[in-house]
Design a protein around this ligand. Structure first.
Ligand code: SF4
Length: 341
């Protein structure tokens, strides 16, 4: 709950308004597990709260560990479905890739989550539970705490806008986790209306899934292009200042013989000219029943060099967690949902 929602609870239960701040401190700062541990609240108020609410987090149902240190967690949702979350340790960075929906509506042809179809939005609680629970596990293991959160797991974050924004508010607010918004990246295929709201109402970094600079081809790879053309999205992004700490990144998954040619590199430079941004090149991993090819390492390097030589900061993102189906585009809980049906 946000502070405002906690204040509403206080109002409903005839508790003093300042109790909301005390509750937030117990939950988000002290990470207690029982309402009874809120010792600066009266016993009567604790009992009232306890009869209506619960705090704490749901533990993952399954944990898969990759040989490269990546860990995939299977979490239950409030409504009995399942989602996956990926922990990616990398030097002094400890990143958690969270899901926002069960499956996805966007139907990008190269993505395993898209193949699963859409089975519902996660609540703010479902989203935060992934972060809260993994942080707890890391704490118990005595390891590093999470340094970054990326909304790049299952689902299109901006298709679940209100719950995603509420979760980033709780992560960044002084009453909440008090994280810098620069530790958070929200990714999107480019849902324009919600994206404008994200840019105006939050300070988090933004990642746009681009994948090809050519409109007709993007329509084939990502049906969302039919409604929200990438050129319009880039025009929108150009209206904001990216020269300081806030960052916009373009995710470019490479498919052999599809979007890896010199023509694509040239068009990409043209499309992004004038926007202070960076490009992450991502190796695509084979998905069953998808007729696309993996890109050659050498081609990726040439593509990356071309972008860098033409003023677009570009890196090849190391692929992580492929052996546990945790790499980009491989998340799916279709099997578990079918088993439960
Ligand atoms: S790539 Fe992202 S937006 Fe596209 S189908 Fe997969 S999860 Fe959805």
């Amino acid at each position: 709950m946000t502070l405002k929602e906690l204040q509403d609870v206080c109002l409903q239960l005839s508790m003093p308004k300042f109790t909301a701040k005390q509750m937030a401190q117990w939950i988000y700062e002290k990470h207690i597990h029982e309402i009874n541990e809120m010792t600066n609240l009266s016993k009567a108020n604790r009992e009232k709260l306890d009869s209506l609410y619960c705090i704490g987090c749901l533990a993952p149902l399954e944990i898969s560990k990759s040989k490269d240190g990546t860990v995939k967690y299977l979490f239950p949702t409030e409504d009995g479905q399942m989602i996956e979350t990926v922990y990616i340790p990398d030097g002094d960075r400890a990143t958690l890739c969270v899901s926002c929906q069960v499956g996805c509506k966007m139907n990008c042809i190269f993505c395993q989550t898209g193949k699963q179809g859409w089975h519902g939005n996660l609540t703010t609680k479902d989203i935060l539970n992934q972060i809260y629970a993994v942080d707890q596990i890391l704490m118990e293991e005595g390891g590093t705490l999470l340094s970054n959160v990326v909304y790049m797991g299952q689902g299109e974050p901006l298709d679940n806008f209100d719950n995603v924004l509420k979760s980033t508010e709780i992560l960044t607010a002084d009453y909440g986790w008090a994280w810098s918004p620069r530790r958070i990246t929200v990714s999107t295929v480019g849902l324009k209306t919600q994206m404008k709201r994200l840019l105006d109402e939050s300070e988090c970094h933004v990642a746009v899934s681009l994948h090809t600079p050519i409109h007709e081809q993007r329509q084939q790879l990502m049906p969302a292009e039919k409604q929200y053309a990438i050129a319009d999205i880039i025009e929108l992004l150009k209206q904001y200042d990216w020269s300081h700490q806030r960052r916009v990144t373009f995710e470019y998954t490479m498919f052999g013989g599809i979007n890896d040619s010199p023509l694509h590199a040239r068009e990409l430079v043209k499309l992004l000219r004038g926007l202070y941004c960076r490009v992450n090149l991502i190796r695509w991993h084979r998905v069953p029943d998808v007729e696309l090819n993996e890109v050659k390492a050498e081609t990726m390097e040439h593509f990356c060099n071309y972008l860098n030589n033409h003023g677009i900061t570009s890196t090849i993102r190391a692929s992580r967690g492929q052996d546990i189906w945790a790499a980009c585009g491989l998340l799916s809980t279709k099997k578990q949902l079918n088993q439960n049906a």
